[in-house]
Design a protein around this ligand. Structure first.
Ligand code: ADP
Ligand code: ZN
Length: 530
């Protein structure tokens, strides 16, 4: 269906060269394209930036009919279509943001066989009329982009994605290619079964991004820590800073700007025009820092992002990998930097506890968080952990991540853990109350705060037994116990409670190795509590 007419132009390598202007395929692309061109179903697992689009765009051009692409990235459809149009590929899209006129024009082009690619929002496929429309045209293939949306944990577009399982019932002869950048082995299997792709060939590309240096540090004064990183290691570089909340995005962008680093905010609370303008500047200008919530970045293709910094803990390793994967697409050395602290763990556990959905859903969110925490607290090579998470086992230590470059010291935290857990236990026994980390630490340090006095906690046997560590070190202990599942948080105020495994430690049947925290910053201020 390519605009080209000569017979030899129809082979994949020819289209790659003539239409897209590239000399060779990237890893995996040729095999996938040949398989789909021949009419086979495929499940493609390739990291962000790996070149997934060509895996369906080229087969769509080579095969008879229109390639129908189901994508949840509605905001990017216009850009994708513009980019293809500029290459001489005839493309259109159908989504809910469109005027009726425009929709009719695209439908007419589809029916007249004047399209090579048609992008469809997932809800469109369930809209009355769309299946009939597709029936009346010739379809080269179905591409299901961001296929992990069908998985349990990717539930934003899930109902629409589940409906995609009917594609092969209605159009059994049309090959389907499902693509995702984020999938563990379990998610991979779930995608295959939900979309009826059990028989499809699986293509799994390497997830290693050797040019990215992974670093994860305890959060003390996040903005100052960030500023130091940018000044010392990334002056004048373009990068993305991720924050959890809109307020924190605004504050961080303002903070960087005040300190002479040009930074723009990006979050869903800004109007569409401002967001588009900031995104365009980030793509066009050199050395801009985008401070954003995770609303930013899906489908962003800027090769020279030198760093991705997280000021808050990502909810899953998938998210972390996807976000950090936006760094260094040009292959040059880049940094993935994350700071996280006790408050992150408390906050995220609380968000999970109060999240909508059933228990199974909450358990899933919990295990995603656990995996992320395990990556943060590991004393092994970060890359080895990351690759193992995505099913690539047997990698050797990379020599380029923080734990490889300066192996973290561990210390025997068993006694400290026992003290802390007994304090939690004592407080619980007493009138069945639970308290947050701050109060428990005050008790261990023997501080006669107002709250301690009010509750008479100075008379507890654990009062003042923990003066060998300072407050910041105790917070590190709490955080690591939470990460190891030896302690849990509950309720709106982040109260500490024991877990089943806590008993093992209290009974002295279990050792608790802990990572030694780096030196405290010179100016330890109350912000260190976050
Ligand atoms: P993904 O969807 O996997 O994140 P894209 O399909 O957007 O990745 O591709 C990422 C970038 O790599 C794009 O700029 C694309 O044009 C480029 N690219 C893809 N395949 C090739 C290739 N064979 N040669 C050169 N560049 C490529
Ligand atoms: Zn390493």
């Amino acid at each position: 269906t390519c605009a080209e007419t000569s017979a030899e132009a129809d082979d994949a390598a020819g289209v790659l060269r003539r239409v897209f202007g590239y000399g060779s395929f990237r890893e995996g692309q040729r095999e996938i394209i040949e398989h789909v061109v021949a009419g086979g179903d495929a499940l493609v697992l390739m990291p962000t930036g790996g070149g997934k689009s060509l895996c369906y765009q080229i087969p769509a051009l080579v095969r008879e009919g229109v390639g129908v692409v189901i994508s949840p990235l509605i905001a990017l459809m216009q850009d994708q279509v513009d980019a293809l149009t500029a290459l001489g590929v005839r493309a259109g899209f159908l989504n809910s943001t469109q005027e009726a006129d425009e929709r009719r024009r695209v439908e007419a082009a589809f029916l007249a066989g004047e399209l090579d690619l048609l992008y469809l929002a997932p809800e469109r496929l369930r809209a009355p009329g769309t299946p009939d429309l597709l029936d009346r045209g010739a379809i080269a293939l179905f591409a299901i982009d961001e296929a992990h949306c069908v998985a349990q944990w990717g539930h934003d577009f899930r109902p629409d994605y589940l409906a995609l399982s009917t594609l092969h019932e209605r159009w059994p002869a049309v090959p389907r290619v499902a693509l995702t950048a984020t999938a563990t082995e379990a998610t991979h299997a779930e995608i295959a079964s939900r979309l009826g792709l059990e028989e499809a060939r699986h293509f799994v590309a390497s997830f290693d991004r050797p040019n990215i240096r992974y670093r994860i540090a305890p959060k003390k004064e996040p903005r100052r820590q960030l500023l130091k990183l940018l000044r010392t290691e990334h002056p004048g570089d373009a990068g993305i800073v991720y924050c959890l909340s809109r307020t924190s995005v605004e504050k961080t962008a303002a903070f960087l700007t005040e300190n002479g680093i040009e930074a723009l905010p990006y979050h869903a609370g800004l109007d569409a025009r401002t967001r588009a303008a900031h995104q365009a500047r980030f793509l066009r200008e050199d050395g801009l820092v985008m401070v954003a919530t995770i609303a930013f970045g899906m489908g962003i293709d800027k090769p020279d992002v030198r760093f991705v910094a997280h000021l808050d803990l990502p909810k899953s390793v998938e998210g972390y990998y996807q976000e950090t994967g936006r760094a260094g697409r040009d292959g040059l050395p880049s940094t993935a930097w994350l700071v996280y602290g006790l408050q992150d763990v408390v906050q995220q556990r609380r968000m999970i506890e109060t999240s909508e959905g059933d228990d199974a859903h909450r358990r899933r969110l919990g295990s995603h968080l656990d995996a992320m925490l395990a990556l943060c607290e590991t004393v092994e090579c970060r890359r080895v952990r990351l690759l193992a998470y995505f099913g690539q086992r047997g990698a050797t230590a990379c020599g380029n991540c923080d734990t490889c470059l300066s192996p973290p010291e561990t210390w025997d935290g068993t006694i400290a853990a026992q003290k802390l857990l007994s304090a939690v236990l004592r407080l619980r026994r007493e009138r069945h109350q639970s308290f947050g980390a701050g109060h428990v630490i005050d008790i261990l340090l023997g501080r006669e705060t107002e709250k301690v006095v009010q509750h008479g906690h100075a008379s507890l046997t654990v009062f003042g037994v923990g003066t060998e560590l300072n407050e910041s070190e105790w917070r590190g202990v709490v955080r690591q116990l939470l990460a190891q599942g030896l302690l849990a948080v509950k309720g709106d105020y982040g109260s500490l409670v024991l877990t089943d495994d806590s008993a093992e430690v209290l009974a002295r049947r279990r050792q608790v190795p802990l990572r030694r925290e780096p030196e405290r910053p010179a100016r330890a201020e109350p912000a260190a509590r976050s």
